[in-house]
Design a binder for this molecule. Structure first.
Ligand code: GDP
Ligand code: MG
Length: 157
């Protein structure tokens, strides 16, 4: 795999879907040059929610978090590109939209910590991207293809 084949898991949360921001999220990542390689519009059930947010099971907000993420449909996605995990986190902005910089997705669209629009794998948690991709997608649901603008995004393509 070349350096720009890193994959990361991204989700438009229920608030984003309800507010009609799914397309905006896709557009921002797409225009950045990241490549969409998997997508699933779905309803998360209790078990998947608890697995996905397992690292937070001892936190006081865990029940609220599971309730929120199962409260409506989400768009689960896999995006690929150079340093994709960290780059998506930067585009998302701080966890609390109140602290997220303008120009970031949370900073432009959110005001509330519990309803912060988007999930992206944590780049500081080694392997979180691949673990989350595996939790939501079978390998045969991910698509390999070349985007026609790749030579204009990556100098060495
Ligand atoms: P993220 O990786 O930036 O999404 O943040 P975390 O992994 O720390 O937390 C997961 C999600 O839990 C966040 O995106 C928030 O939606 C939610 N969350 C985090 N902290 C709190 C909190 O103190 N209260 C509530 N209600 N939700 C929280
Ligand atoms: Mg996290």
């Amino acid at each position: 795999m070349s350096h720009h084949d890193e994959r990361t898991f991204v989700m438009a949360k229920p608030d984003a879907v309800q507010r009609g921001l799914t397309g905006e999220i896709v557009t921002r990542l797409e225009e950045r040059g990241l490549k969409l390689v998997g997508a699933k519009f779905m309803q998360i059930d209790q078990e998947l929610a608890e697995q996905h947010y397992g690292e937070h099971e001892d936190k006081p907000f865990f029940d609220e978090l599971v309730e929120f993420i199962t409260s409506g449909p989400v768009m689960a996605m896999v995006w690929q590109g150079a340093d994709a995990t960290r780059q998506v986190r930067q585009m998302m902005g701080a966890t609390d939209p109140a602290d997220a910089a303008p120009g970031t997705i949370r900073g432009d669209y959110g005001l509330d910590l519990g309803q912060n629009i988007i999930h992206g794998s944590d780049h500081e948690d080694e392997g979180a991207n691949e673990r989350e991709i595996e939790l939501f997608f079978d390998e045969d649901e991910l698509v390999e293809y070349t985007r026609s603008d790749e030579p204009w995004v990556y100098e060495d393509e």
